[in-house]
Design a protein around this ligand. Sequence first.
Ligand code: URA
Length: 461
Amino acid sequence: MTQLPQAPLHIIDIIRHKRDGLTLSDAEIQHFIRSVVDHSITDSQTSALLMAIFLRGLTPQELAALTTAMRFSGEVFDATPLHTFTIDKHSTGGVGDKTSLLIAPILAAAGLAAPTPAGIPGICVPMISGRSLGHTGGTLDKLETIPGFNTQLSLQQFFDTLKSCGASLIGQTPTLVPADRILYALRDHIGTIESPNLITASIMSKKLAESLNALVLDVKTGSGAFMKVYEDSKHLASLMVQTGTLAGTRTVALLTSMDQPLGRFSGNWVEVWECVDIMKQHRHPMSADLIALTNILSGWMLHLAGHADSPEAGAALANEILLSGKAFQAFLKIVQAQGGDITLFAGEANPATFHKPTATRTLKAETAGYLSSMDCTEVGWAVQRLGAGRAKPGDPVSAHAGIEVHLKLGDKVEPHQPLITLFAEDESLLAEPYEMLRYTLKITPNPPTVQSLIREVITAN
Ligand code: URA
């Protein structure tokens, strides 16, 4: 019997199928992504299909096919020649969330001694990170405040840094997952960012292009998260875990509270300073939540990599690595390997002396009570408008803009007590963020109920 030739695929049919609620085949999805990358379809056709996906959703099979097609739309990074366990952490974005700057050196320090006598392979952490997005900060913008630090390594330089340091932090290269770059830019303009399916395909295609053995996701929930409603965050976490698992990467998601900035500082250099302080054992009380989350996320990574019997044992090991100074040594090695000037924080050097905002103002409490709530997204926008973020893509960011929090939710407040100090490089940039913060920080006579930092852990089971 002769086979009928494969019917040619037409983008207009694919759009109509999704518009009418049909399930797309793997071939249709692959054709779509190929056409996006080779620019053989128009932006309006791509936008129409994105909107149809936004409205109609995707089956698990369609989501897996879309993620895979995007993952292989360009080059993929392959750390197999290192013979290590390759693992990464990804956060969906928050305010003051700087755990990557601590987790990469902790894992690098844990992995450098490996393989262990028991034959457990070493660890490698290829962190491909992002810039500030909306009200949230970006790991690359923070790292680039270290003079000389190069986040734009080629994939070969990335590989070499991983080989010598065990971890490396870079930005997305032009050749890695090009489909996401095109789709993301369009989504931003047509109101389809907030789709759990499209967010999953976007994030997971980039993470899976790192060819990971395992991935730990920090899915934020609360007023400072992109997904503010708990059930929505949980749905997103489940989709990401399911997609990673189907692709053969062990994936775990922690749902974590983002109702207030994480740690002491939010901004760019100030966040590097906070991490260096922690690694040099200067543990400020406002950094306690940051240290706890860092240890918990690192603990899961160490457990998945086979270096700890349980996530709890992993967290204890992570804390030990932080306290021993080994994480700081690993950090210095990574910064040096990526061209960064370590004289600002190595040895007796104090990173605080590099913090040079020309304008500061402190918001003080007007009444007594308890710090009970804030719109953390508004706090994030205040940080961005102080100069830490961009008004449009490509704008420079200020190294010294940011905020320092003096209290956490639930803390008792006396009248005139400092709540938040604002930093900027121009006096004129202080007024609007100051009012935003004054308006959003609520003090009440009774203590509030504060959500726990870790709300839930989602695994494939
Ligand atoms: N971050 C991404 O990389 N993609 C999204 O769609 C949302 C957040």
